[in-house]
Design a protein around this ligand. Structure first.
Ligand SMILES: Nc1ncnc2c1ncn2[C@@H]1O[C@H](COP(=O)(O)OP(=O)(O)OP(=O)(O)O)[C@@H](O)[C@H]1O
Length: 804
């Protein structure tokens, strides 16, 4: 090969549908006019110069010449195998074609530039691998064709450039592909290209061969599938051995697992169909992994698992009593429910269904009153598995019913997951916080829940992901909610409500002593005789360290107290046994957080200024006291009209309007200076502005606050009230009496005003609370003002506060 570029002038020998690369020797037909003209011109030129006649072999595609040709020497002229006149030409150097020129004979003459296409010396390291690969591929291909002699020749080629040009002989390359090889001067790049071409061809050939073989053999499909599966098994086994997995760990053998599993017929059919699909898909394909996840889910579900219901009603009642103090009516209600259920199932009858059918017990009440733990007790009492499904914040229907499998990352819904977790088809499932289920563009989870809870439909529940029917008819569903109003109407229809309104202080003390304390002692690693929290301390914890309807914070306080004692003991600062009394609390866990208003310094009480009244309300956290503040705007600078703040709902806002209108129309009768209301702006505010509030039951409280403001008379600190007010001053009934009275009692209020028509509700209020409260049932707002406002002559008349 030339190592320098030199210019030369040569007759062109055009090649149609053929390419000659350097190193190749080809016979050419001299009957072809172009070939003859070129060879004759070369021979003529050779007469005046030494060496063999030289031509320029240039491929021509659709009449267009390639940019590079090959210098060829005419080795011999004579007869070809078929007897035609021919010339034997050897390709030598790459020549870049330049301008056309003239010369002897009919041939086209051009000027050309020899191209340096020699390999670099020394060769870069990776070229050796490339050479090996090319030789291996070429050998494979040649052997396939039975061209054994050529194998040795190819193996013997050491020069990288020559090796790449050897591809010029490959019959499977198109003219274009060969021209590309010709035009690629860099030998390493060319060898890469040649290797790639060879590789592609071999791969194509493999596929084609397989197809051809299949068609040819025409093996019965089933038989072939059988064979393939056996092979697959063998390969998998080998893989497992390679990865060091033990024999028998047939994690992947879904067919066997499906066949061995105890599945309902329809489910088995669906699962086997998926196994078929899985076996057809490749191991790495995403579809394969989806199918495996699905099969795992199906195989993990307890299709035919059921726990035996082994309970008698007395036993169940005993369990409920043992695990929960108090709550007599709730436990009674649950016992009735269990009794009916048991009788019906003993007689082979289904669950009572339909609207208001009571198929589902809903436990409604503030946090920490034991709704969840009662649900657990129901499961204990029936001898069933228990699972809790948290529904708070669920807005997507797919959370309940699953995503369709076409969805990336699809999962079954929570109901299916709950059954899986329970491991039986008849667990007790607690739908926790069913009032916190929302709905938006992603569908309505409540509608899906409805299907779950409906005995007429739930024996064929269909999860979008699972796609096979699941029988939920044996599941005992319970629900919990904080506020009744927030439960979607349609769901409410299916439920039997059981209310838990909260505990009195006495009840809390009993719960703490019998349940919370023993549990927390165990958690703190203390013996029950090592630390005793006496009743005075428990009472103070319930009354002054916590203010809640339930006992959750109380339980936390006890835990904190015990941790403190345990730590002190470990540090050698305290000897055990130790009895905690109320006097010790402060040193152990700091000051109480809730001091009753009446126990505050009079000047610091909320109601120490006119215009503030104490109301009673029910929130998601149970009953609570809330304060209403009113002020008048400065006649000069303040805005006129009514301003309301504290996140009030519409009903509450209207209720404020009514209170104001009532005072404007009837205030004079009550000897209030209502003139002020005419031309001065009024502002009513409910502190704790972050908590949304609504409902009409603060009507009399707002009226009282305004009346106090106008008259300058203080509202009595020990009085709290609830009741709707009408335009004529009538006091109308409200809800939540029990929760409100419990809250009043907790807050240390002693006098409570309620609407007369709510008097029957007092039956629900624990006697110990009623004993401590002076409850007034009233019909008219004038009675409220008489009871709530302090006498005008209460020391110096305080100033009416003025809002800027
Ligand atoms: N009457 C009771 N007897 C014994 N323990 C009780 C009683 N009421 C509540 N508890 C205990 O109080 C704790 C809080 O109760 P639980 O978690 O069941 O409240 P909840 O009403 O479900 O609250 P949430 O609505 O926040 O879920 C539990 O440890 C529970 O065992």
């Amino acid at each position: 090969m030339a190592s320098t570029s030199t210019s030369l002038t040569l007759p062109v020998l055009p090649l149609d549908d053929e390419v000659v690369l350097p190193g190749m020797v080809v016979p050419l037909d001299l009957n072809d006019a172009d070939v003859r003209a070129a060879v004759e011109a070369a021979q003529a030129a050779a007469r005046s110069q030494p060496g063999k006649p030289r031509v320029l072999l240039v491929p021509r595609i659709d009449g267009t010449y390639a940019s590079t040709g090959v210098l060829g020497t005419v080795e011999q002229v004579g007869r070809l195998a078929d007897g035609d006149p021919g010339a034997l030409i050897r390709g030598r150097d790459r020549v870049r074609i330049g301008a056309g020129t003239t010369g002897p004979g009919a041939a086209l003459w051009v000027e050309g530039l020899r191209v340096d296409d020699s390999a670099p010396d020394p060769l870069p390291g990776q070229v050796a691998d490339l050479v090996k690969e090319y030789k291996a591929l070429a050998t494979a291909w040649l052997r396939k064709r039975g061209a054994w002699q050529v194998v040795d020749r190819v193996q013997a080629i050491d020069d990288v450039s020559a090796l790449a040009d050897n591809s010029g002989y490959s019959p499977f390359l198109t003219t274009e592909q060969k021209v590309e090889l010709l035009e690629t001067a860099d030998p390493v790049v060319r060898l890469k290209l040649a290797t790639q071409q060879l590789r592609d061809h071999l791969a194509e050939q493999d596929v084609a061969e397989t197809i051809a073989k299949d068609v040819q053999e025409g093996v019965d499909k089933q038989q072939r599938e059988f064979l393939l599966r056996r092979q697959l098994e063998a390969v998998r086994k080998e893989l497992r051995e390679l990865n060091g997995e033990a024999e028998g760990e047939e994690s992947d053998d879904y067919r066997a697992r499906v066949e061995a599993a105890d599945l309902p017929e329809k489910v088995r059919e669906a699962a086997l169909k998926e196994v078929d699909k899985l076996e057809r898909s490749s191991d790495q394909s995403p579809e394969g992994s989806w199918i495996r996840t699905w099969l795992d889910t199906v195989l993990e579900l307890p299709w035919n698992e059921r726990t035996e219901d082994a309970y008698d009603i007395q036993g169940a009642q005993a369990v409920l009593d043992a695990e929960h103090a108090g709550l007599e009516d709730v436990k009674e209600r649950i016992t009735e429910y269990l009794a009916v259920r048991k009788r019906r199932s003993d007689r082979g009858l289904g669950v009572v269904g339909g609207r208001r059918g009571g198929a589902v017990l809903a436990l409604v009440g503030p946090p920490g009153v034991g709704k969840t733990s009662l649900g657990e007790s129901v499961a204990h009492a029936m001898g069933r598995k228990f699972v809790r499904v948290a529904l708070g914040g669920v807005r997507d229907e797919a959370e309940i019913r699953g995503h369709r499998r076409t969805y990336v990352g699809a999962l079954p819904g929570r109901i299916v997951r709950a059954i899986k977790e329970a491991g039986s088809m008849n667990p007790v499932v607690l739908l926790d916080e069913i009032d916190k289920v929302g709905s938006d563009f992603r569908g309505d989870p409540a509608a899906a829940l409805l299907e779950v809870l409906d005995p007429a439909q739930n024996h064929t529940f269909r999860d979008h992901y699972l796609e096979v029917e699941l029988d939920l008819s044996d599941v005992v569903f319970l629900a919990t909610a904080n506020v009744l109003e927030a439960i979607p109407e349609a769901l409410l229809d299916r439920m039997e409500l059981v209310r838990l309104d909260g505990y009195t202080e006495d009840e809390k003390v009993v719960i703490a002593r019998d349940h919370l304390l023993p549990r927390q002692l165990e958690r703190a690693g203390l013996d029950k005789d090592e630390v005793v929290i006496d009743e005075s301390a428990l009472r103070k914890l319930a009354g002054e360290y916590t203010r809640e309807a339930g006992v959750r914070t109380l339980e936390r306080s006890i835990a904190r107290l015990l941790r403190k004692v345990a730590a002190q003991h470990e540090l050698g600062e305290r000897k055990l046994p130790f009895t905690v009394t109320d006097g010790e609390l402060r040193a152990l866990i700091g000051r109480p957080h809730h001091v009753p208003e009446s126990a505050q310094d009079p000047a610091e009480r909320r109601t120490a200024v006119p215009g503030v009244a104490t109301g009673l309300a029910v929130t998601g956290a149970g009953g609570d006291v809330l304060f209403v503040e009113a002020s008048l705007a400065d006649p000069e600078t303040g805005a006129a009209g009514l301003t309301l703040t504290g996140q009030l709902g519409d009903v509450m806002k209207e209720s404020a309007q009514i209170a104001l209108s009532f005072l404007r129309s009837r205030g004079a009768e009550l000897e209030l200076p209502v003139g002020d209301l005419k031309d001065r702006g009024v502002h009513i505010h409910f502190p704790a502005g972050a908590v949304p509030k609504d409902g009409p039951s603060a009507g009399i409280t707002m009226t009282t606050a305004l009346a106090s403001l106008l008259s300058g008379r203080l509202v009595r600190t020990d009085v709290a009230m609830t009741g709707e007010v009408s335009l004529t001053g009538r006091v109308l009934p409200i809800g939540g009496v029990k929760q409100k009275l419990l809250a009043a009692h907790r807050a240390g209020v002693t006098t409570v005003i309620i609407p007369k028509r709510n008097e029957p509700d007092l039956d629900d209020v624990p006697a110990e609370v009623l004993e401590k409260l002076d409850v007034h049932a009233v019909t008219d707002v004038r009675q409220v003002l008489d009871l709530a406002l302090s006498p005008a002559t209460n020391g110096a008349q305080p100033e009416v506060p003025v809002a800027a």
